[in-house]
Design a binder for this molecule. Structure first.
Ligand SMILES: Nc1ncnc2c1ncn2[C@@H]1O[C@H](COP(=O)(O)OP(=O)(O)OP(=O)(O)O)[C@@H](O)[C@H]1O
Ligand SMILES: [Zn+2]
Length: 721
């Protein structure tokens, strides 16, 4: 017999690669194990390739336990390697995403009881109670049976011994209902059919192919990609649909349930541990075929992935900025290409990145030109706020409030959109001019009048709203500046007192159930005016909503963000697209103080092509994405001078002789203090074709970064704070 084997194990910590361990048996790559690391035990995965061999055999520590989790398949391991290389992150930190998804604990099977189908010889009233209960409710845990019937545990035991009840694994039972591809087939329009057939053919072909499903708001993109999902279900494959986290609402889930006869498995960051385990296991063993989730659903252990859909692909909510900085849409395309399955990106306002891929012929282009059922797109007009100003202290132009009154008189609904939570973004002292800022961040505190407090939207710092100015001590001198949704709500209450109002923002509604109730209230016409943040922009369908008012179309236009215009165009188009989706025509009034800005003019003319062409030309001229590449380097630490010193050293040692590669900065980040840490940014600009990671690695490895300073690398950054 030979000695123990040496194997490579990737652990979820920031090492450069896998570590060597000894193991009595040869474990295939992908096996989940527990290994000792210092005084701890950590979870790891047996990795491909030869072990490093640096640690002498005598000092090699042994694998502590082999976990009974389903192994990590080769495509998942290749996906992890790819992502680590692209994002310039340690592979163990990427592994963390897969392990978080797995939720560590071994699932203890939850046992319950079901009817065996034969009655016991002795049928007492207590026994009858239990049998009737299970007949009505289906399999149940023992505790639930006892609680519902009030019988003693002995009665239950007696029934099991008599063979009248059988134990079952309740997790398996709960995962049971399978979506059926033909449960409720829609009648597709000709455009929809063409798109659906092409996607279904790609699903049947079982190889990588990317599509942009490009359809105006309300054209039935969801309806159409559901046919591609049905095609994958018929072939016994698994499907994952990615949505921006805030779009994962009960209404969306219900639509899937209505089409396929069973709700999909849902995946997002607030699931209970139990729900996570069930979905993770179900995805791994194939019991779950359809998952609808946020970007982290990409790390689920699918065994037979047949299709990935990214809905609202332009949405910046798919971008993660911290830790392993990645874009969910881009990683979805990578995972599809590694798994060998099609990927569908859906949007009414595709990102410039995706449009560039269409133009280059890398993605197929499926177009839905019209709204479903003959509804027309809303009529859009710009409200020049210089000509139609609101009354002093107000934020809504009289033109808009008049339109709201008319809408109300017709029994129809208005949506007012303002992407700002709270009452007012700034609190100012009238006496000394002091602005109330967060002590941990360079940001103003936002007043939330409902909760009578000031809040930091970056770190969550909260203080009660002071009576006197904290700077000069003057009583009652604090004034609210600018509007948030709560303030607009107050204004609507004044100008249209008879209207029933509802604020829709992520913080005013507790949880998904309340949100579902709110959407029901709108559908049932119990609400006349909805005042909402971007939470209302996504995918909702309210037939009686005929007027959309955009309170401040210029919001964000003057930020230094290269995608500011693109984002405003997308968000406004989405919001405007909520109007007139039923039989009654819709219209939109867009308030702007800068109606000559290119993006506002494009919105006014619903001129997507013109907007995109102008934006593309500008990006090309400056070598910006998608035609050039950016990498942000964010240094942070408790000492401002130290962080800046590291930033300067980094800039000084940057490679100089590579054509098109240059480094801007260091400069204090716009949010120069965040959660008590000072932040400095460098921005790398490089040509698209350059392997920027290969150029940057040796450069960054050579710059000494003290322990207190953290370097965050963000390849393809989206947020420039
Ligand atoms: N072929 C069809 N048969 C029946 N109803 C349809 C069909 N296509 C679309 N619809 C209905 O039209 C409405 C709009 O469709 P859907 O929500 O799929 O559009 P969308 O393009 O995804 O919208 P948006 O991008 O604006 O969120 C929905 O109520 C949907 O059920
Ligand atoms: Zn803060």
């Amino acid at each position: 017999m030979s000695g123990p084997t040496r194997i490579a194990v990737l652990v979820a910590l920031p090492f450069a690669g896998p570590l060597d361990y000894a193991c009595a048996e040869v474990l295939p790559p992908g096996t989940f194990v527990e290994v000792p690391l210092g005084p701890r035990r950590v979870t790891g995965v047996v990795w491909d390739g030869a072990p490093e061999g640096l640690v002498p055999a005598a000092r090699l520590r042994a694998v502590a336990a082999v976990l009974d989790w389903p192994p990590m398949r080769a495509p998942c391991r290749r996906f992890l390697d790819w992502m680590a290389a692209y994002t310039m992150s340690p592979p163990g930190m990427v592994l963390r995403h897969f392990i978080n998804a797995a939720n560590n604990d071994k699932p203890a099977p939850l046992t319950g009881y079901r009817l065996a189908g034969r009655a016991p010889e002795r049928l007492t009233p207590a026994r009858r109670l239990v049998l009737d209960h299970l007949a009505a409710e289906g399999p149940q845990a023992a505790a639930a049976i006892l609680a519902a019937t009030g019988v003693s545990a002995g009665v239950l035991r007696g029934l099991v011994e008599a063979g009248a009840l059988l134990p079952v694994d309740l997790d398996a039972v709960e995962a049971a209902p399978r979506p059926e591809p033909d449960f409720a087939l829609p009648a597709l329009s000709p455009d929809q059919s063409v798109a659906a057939d092409e996607m279904a053919a790609a699903v049947a072909g079982s190889s990588y192919k990317a599509f942009l499903l490009d359809g105006v708001t309300g054209s039935g993109k969801t309806e159409t990609y559901m046919e591609a999902i049905a095609a994958a279900l018929r072939l016994g494959r698994q499907i994952v649909v990615l949505l921006p986290e805030i779009a994962l609402t009960a209404g969306v889930i219900e639509r899937f349930a209505a089409r396929f006869g069973a709700p999909p498995a849902v995946w997002h960051s607030d699931l209970t541990a139990k729900a996570r385990r069930r979905v993770w296991r179900g995805v791994a063993d194939g019991a779950v075929s359809l998952v609808v989730g946020a970007r982290s659903a990409l790390f689920l252990p699918f065994r037979a992935l047949g299709l990935i859909v990214v809905d609202e692909e332009h949405d910046q909510g798919f971008k993660q900025d911290e830790g392993v900085a990645y874009h969910g849409r881009d990683m979805a395309v990578v995972r599809a290409s590694i798994e060998g399955c099609p990927v569908v990106l859906a949007s009414a306002t595709p990102s410039l990145e995706t449009l560039a891929n269409v133009e280059a012929g890398r993605y197929g282009h499926l177009v839905l030109r019209e709204r479903h059922g003959g509804a027309s797109l809303p009529d859009v007009s710009i409200l020049d706020m210089r000509l139609n100003p609101p009354e002093r202290g107000n934020f809504l132009s009289p033109v808009l409030t008049r339109a709201m009154a008319e809408t109300l008189a017709r029994g129809e609904q208005t949506l007012l959109f303002l992407n700002r939570r709270g009452y007012a973004p700034l609190t100012l002292c009238r006496h000394c001019g002091h602005r109330i800022e967060c002590p941990n961040c360079s940001a103003w505190l936002v007043e939330h009048r409902n909760r009578r407090q000031l809040e930091c939207h970056h770190c969550g710092h909260v203080v009660p709203k002071p009576q006197a100015c904290p700077e000069c001590g003057e009583e009652d001198s604090l004034v609210a500046c600018g509007p948030g949704v709560e303030r607009i709500d107050e204004e609507v209450a004044n100008v249209l007192p008879q209207a029933r109002r509802l604020i829709l923002a992520s913080d005013t509604l507790g949880g998904p159930l309340a949100l579902a109730a709110a959407f029901d209230a709108i559908s049932n016409r119990e609400v006349d005016v909805v005042i909402g943040t971007q939470i209302v922009a996504k995918g909702h369908h309210f037939p009686f909503l005929t007027l959309v008012g955009v309170v401040d179309a210029d919001l964000g236009l003057d930020g230094g963000d290269l995608r500011a215009g693109e984002r405003i165009f997308q968000l406004t188009t989405q919001v405007v697209g909520r109007a007139g989706r039923g039989e009654r025509p819709g219209r939109a009034l867009i308030q702007s103080f800068d109606p000559d800005a290119g993006v506002i003019r494009a919105i006014a003319r619903s001129d997507r092509d013109g907007f995109v062409a102008a934006e593309q030309a500008a990006r090309k001229r400056h070598g910006l994405p998608p035609y050039g590449r950016l990498v942000a380097l964010i240094l942070s630490g408790p000492d401002q001078a130290e962080v800046m010193t590291v930033g300067r050293a980094m800039a000084r040692s940057a490679p100089r002789d590579i054509e098109g590669f240059d480094v801007l900065g260091p400069a204090p980040a716009p949010l120069s203090l965040l959660r008590g840490r000072w932040r400095v940014r460098l921005l790398v600009r490089a040509p698209r074709r350059l392997n920027v990671q290969a150029v940057m690695r040796p450069w960054l490895d050579a710059v000494p970064v003290p322990g207190r300073v953290r370097l965050q690398i963000d390849v393809d950054p989206y947020h420039f704070m």
